[in-house]
Design a protein around this ligand. Structure first.
Ligand SMILES: Cc1cc2nc3c(=O)[nH]c(=O)nc-3n(C[C@H](O)[C@H](O)[C@H](O)COP(=O)(O)OP(=O)(O)OC[C@H]3O[C@@H](n4cnc5c(N)ncnc54)[C@H](O)[C@@H]3O)c2cc1C
Length: 400
């Protein structure tokens, strides 16, 4: 079989790996980045831990898989009639069968100033920009009296706000900054943190966040941002570091090519019971309008489902119908503490934190050979000093 996979994330990489098990299959994976992004670890990389846990080169994942060819390009158009994709490079790619998993993009919901002034943590560039601002605050100014605001109390906002204080206090220690006063706000429009989890889980997490010194403000709408001010439900908060973890929207590829897709209200793609969106065209993961879309485990589940059906089809067997599976959710909230939820069971504390460590290891080993998976997983325990001290004053403090 010749199969084209678009997107080098959870769904795309898993699909390519599954199909590559048959050496007669030829897989072309078109993606716009040379690395696989392990999003669940981004908050950890943004707060001082090694970036290997968050960006794994595709070359490492596909080493020893000669039947996977990676093409670096951003796909902009599709013509399902002629089964042709067009890349931003102008190159055209004909496909026999195609699996698309392009993931989501950040949206600021049109809130004035956020696109210019807010920090994000969804890419290497955004994380580097945020970390350098924090280093500047601590190392170069030599005193810290700052207000950090995290917007969005979904899993990423909760994970980040809980880890931020520990990280900044560790930096203050490293640069011998004794004079510090730190305020971390977590702002959420919904009436509670982790609104997609149960109330019980929300309450436990809110209590834990308060214990960690995070000021939780729920039911509050962010209205505008400037370089040092944020308007929240009509009130001004003075802050020069606002971190946006809130909005995601479906990849614009699908609205740009909407004449070829049936889009739901959310702009996600409606797929049939085999995850098809057209002839020999499959849409999976975050892009597909399925009940648990938006989670890494769903993207992996979808990849397994579609590739299994392709294998069955190849053998002349009947394809199976899609069954959505609710994955367990584990959200870490500071060192050694997490909340776990699955089918009404809520667990909070150290045991849940260990479950998250195990889940991350399983996540990596799903995509990498065991030795590499172990190395990448261990990277999440190791701190990374990636800042080049840029002023004599900061260097003096560091070397003191
Ligand atoms: C910060 C953050 C934290 C998260 N934490 C968790 C968590 O703890 N647990 C959990 O289950 N889920 C988590 N998620 C959600 C999870 O990461 C996604 O559900 C998952 O990545 C979806 O997989 P996917 O293959 O659909 O898309 P992705 O993994 O996003 O992959 C999309 C790929 O397509 C590429 N691409 C995009 N556009 C194009 C184009 N036009 N042409 C070519 N290539 C393109 C991208 O570069 C990327 O490689 C998190 C998400 C974020 C943003």
């Amino acid at each position: 079989m010749n199969i084209t996979v678009v997107g080098g994330g959870f769904g795309g990489v898993k699909s390519a790996l599954e199909l590559a098990e048959n050496e007669h299959n030829q897989i072309t994976l078109i993606t716009d980045k040379p690395d696989f992004q392990y999003y669940p670890a981004l908050f950890s990389t943004a707060t001082g831990y090694r970036h290997l846990q968050s960006w794994v080169p595709l070359g490492l994942i596909f080493a020893g898989k000669p039947n996977i060819r990676v093409v670096l390009d951003s796909v902009t158009k599709i013509d399902p009639e002629t089964k042709t994709l067009t890349g931003a490079s102008g190159e055209k790619y004909e496909y026999k069968k195609c699996i698309m998993a392009l993931g989501m993009v950040t949206t600021f919901f049109g809130i004035k100033g956020l696109d210019t002034y807010a920090y994000g943590i969804k890419s290497a560039e955004e994380i580097t920009r945020l970390k350098h601002q924090i280093y500047k605050d601590v190392a170069e100014e030599g005193k810290l009296d700052k207000h950090y605001v995290v917007i969005g109390a979904g899993p990423t906002g909760v994970e980040l706000s809980a880890a931020l204080g520990v990280y900044i206090r560790a930096l203050c220690k490293k640069f011998k900054v004794k004079d510090h006063s730190l305020c971390i706000d977590l702002i959420e429009a919904a009436p509670r943190v982790l609104p997609r989890m149960s109330e019980k889980a929300s309450q436990k997490v809110e209590k834990r966040l308060k214990k960690l010194g995070v000021k939780v403000q729920t039911g509050k709408m962010v209205e505008a941002a400037t370089a040092d001010d944020l308007v929240v439900s009509g009130k001004h908060i003075s802050s020069h570091t606002v971190i946006w973890t809130s909005g995601v929207a479906n990849n614009p590829f699908f609205t740009d090519n909407k004449q070829h897709f049936n889009l739901a209200k959310s702009n996600k793609v409606e797929v049939d019971e085999y995850m098809k969106a057209g002839k020999d065209l499959y849409v999976i993961g975050d892009n597909a309008n399925t009940p648990f879309s938006g989670l890494a485990q769903t993207a992996l589940h979808d990849a397994l489902f579609v590739t299994d059906n392709l294998k069955r089809q190849h053998k002349g067997q009947q394809p199976k119908q899609y069954k959505a599976v609710k994955p367990p959710v584990v959200v870490p909230v500071g060192e050694g503490w997490a909340v776990f939820e699955w089918h009404g069971i809520v667990l909070a504390g150290r045991a849940a934190s260990m479950m998250r460590r195990v889940a991350d290891f399983i996540g990596y080993s799903d995509l990498l050979p065991l030795g590499h998976a172990l190395g990448v997983w261990r990277a999440s325990y190791e701190l990374e000093d990636d800042y080049f001290v840029s002023t004599p004053a900061a260097a003096a403090r560091y070397n003191k």
